[in-house]
Design a protein around this ligand. Structure first.
Ligand SMILES: *[C@@H]1O[C@H](CO)[C@@H](O)[C@H](O)[C@H]1NC(C)=O
Ligand SMILES: *[C@@H]1O[C@H](CO)[C@@H](O)[C@H](O)[C@H]1NC(C)=O
Ligand SMILES: *[C@@H]1O[C@H](CO)[C@@H](O)[C@H](O)[C@H]1NC(C)=O
Ligand SMILES: *[C@@H]1O[C@H](CO)[C@@H](O)[C@H](O)[C@H]1NC(C)=O
Length: 412
């Protein structure tokens, strides 16, 4: 009996080790297996049981029933682009070493309460591009170490206040491209360690007071909603926020009061909104702001000469594609003692006096596609683009007027 056992050990184990299912390529050094686009309907069972990484993306797998019980050393499992409608219950019970799991681009419509039981080491979970319309209370309770959760491109519109209570240190949450009409404030409140939150392309229209209570939040992206109104106290708790993106909303004035609660803000984008005018001191509390973007505001007509006061740390200013912006007041850029790049492309500017440019620190100036009037006032610009060492200004600047110079390149 012992001899038979020994024979089995000696001959079969190496065979199993060396076995690699058809359509897969296996690397026995990690060990890992890659079966991308292999036409699989099921998870093959004959893998090396000590597999650590398994890539099953782009197959036709529709069920995980008992499929992973022998792969208890897996650390990274990719099931994206398959046909899963459910993860079932308890199918990851053996995966106590799994750190990364992707089920993106499947057809999950719901998650059953014990779907993730066993995944005690999981840090990254990607459930994006599915059809989830609910995140049942408690389903994430089995994931104490989850730090990154992708839920974008689903059908979520509501989250229970206990939805994120399980993970103790969730850092990144992506809820973009769902159907939220309101910020799920209570659910987010439980994700106390959150640093990055994406809520782009939902259906948000108003941001209520204290909509976000995540004290550690550093990046908040709210692009592509329909936000018109931000309560003054919307961002009241976000004392550490560094990056705020509000691109593509319906904001019609710089939300100065709401921004005043963000003492650490470094990056702000208000591009693609409906801002008409930038008032004096609009950003005056943003003393650390290094990047400000305000492009494609089709109604933007006027900037106060003090619009940028207090922005002394600003390094990159993008104020482009605002066709109604025909005039920049004298002194506008004066507070910007650290400005490195100034993008004024495609506005309605006819001229820019040389004295207005913050030359000391500037490395990049873009004035293309403005209706420049080529008179003595822009001679400096012609000289600049003609000089040999002109990396500072883009060269292809054309005159729009007077008539006899229209179309002429300043560099000629
Ligand atoms: C996804 O699931 C829904 C039902 O939940 C079904 O109607 C649809 O055909 C499925 N899509 C695919 C690509 O399997
Ligand atoms: C802020 O986030 C946006 C995307 O939301 C990104 O493009 C930008 O580089 C970030 N800026 C900084 C300074 O992190
Ligand atoms: C050049 O044209 C600009 C724009 O029309 C005008 O503001 C400026 O006064 C003109 N400069 C001179 C020297 O005529
Ligand atoms: C370009 O050259 C001029 C003199 O030839 C010099 O004063 C200026 O600093 C140079 N500018 C850059 C950006 O190198």
């Amino acid at each position: 009996m012992a001899a038979v056992w020994w024979l089995a050990w000696a001959y079969l184990v190496p065979l199993v080790r060396a076995f690699c299912p058809r359509g897969c390529s296996c690397d026995d050094s990690l060990p890992s297996a890659r079966c991308v686009g292999a036409g699989l309907n099921l998870v093959p069972i004959l893998f090396n049981p000590s597999l650590r990484r398994l890539d099953l993306a782009h197959n036709s797998i529709a069920s995980l029933e008992q499929a992973l019980v022998f792969l208890n050393l897996l650390e990274d499992l990719d099931l994206s682009h398959n046909l899963l409608e459910s993860l079932g219950v308890g199918n990851f019970e053996a995966q106590s070493n799994l750190k990364k799991l992707s089920v993106a681009h499947n057809n999950l419509s719901t998650l059953l309460p014990r779907a993730f039981t066993g995944l005690t080491a999981l840090t990254h979970l990607d459930l994006s591009y599915n059809s989830l319309d609910d995140l049942p209370e408690g389903v994430l309770n089995d994931l104490p170490h989850l730090t990154v959760l992708h839920l974008s491109h689903n059908r979520l519109f509501f989250l229970s206040q206990h939805a994120f209570r399980g993970p103790k240190s969730l850092l990144l949450l992506d809820l973009s491209d769902n159907y939220f009409r309101h910020v799920p404030t209570e659910a987010l409140h439980a994700a106390a360690s959150l640093q990055t939150l994406h809520l782009c392309r939902n259906r948000l229209t108003d941001l209520s007071p204290s909509a976000f209570t995540n004290h550690d939040l550093k990046l908040l992206a709210l692009d592509g909603n329909n936000i018109e109104h931000l309560d003054q106290a919307t961002f009241m708790s976000l004392k550490h926020l560094q990056n705020l993106s509000l691109v593509g909303n319906s904001i019609n004035e710089v939300p100065t009061k709401a921004l005043s609660f963000l003492p650490k803000l470094e990056f702000l984008s208000l591009s693609r909104n409906k801002i008409r005018e930038v008032r004096a001191g609009a950003f005056s509390v943003q003393s650390l702001l290094t990047t400000l973007e305000m492009s494609r505001n089709p109604e933007l007509k006027a900037m106060s000469p003090e619009a940028l006061s207090g922005c002394g740390e600003l390094q990159h200013l993008t104020l482009s594609h605002n066709p109604k912006l025909k005039h920049l007041p004298s002194g506008l850029f004066k507070p910007l003692k650290n400005l490195r790049s100034l993008d004024l492309r495609d506005n309605g500017l006819k001229s820019l006096p040389e004295v207005e440019v913050p030359w000391k620190t500037l490395q990049k100036l873009d004035l293309r596609d403005n209706p420049l009037v080529c008179n003595c006032s822009v001679r400096w610009l012609a000289q600049l683009v003609r000089s040999a060492n002109t990396s500072i200004a883009s060269r292809d600047l054309q005159c729009a007027a007077p008539d006899k110079l229209r179309g002429l390149y300043l560099s000629r």
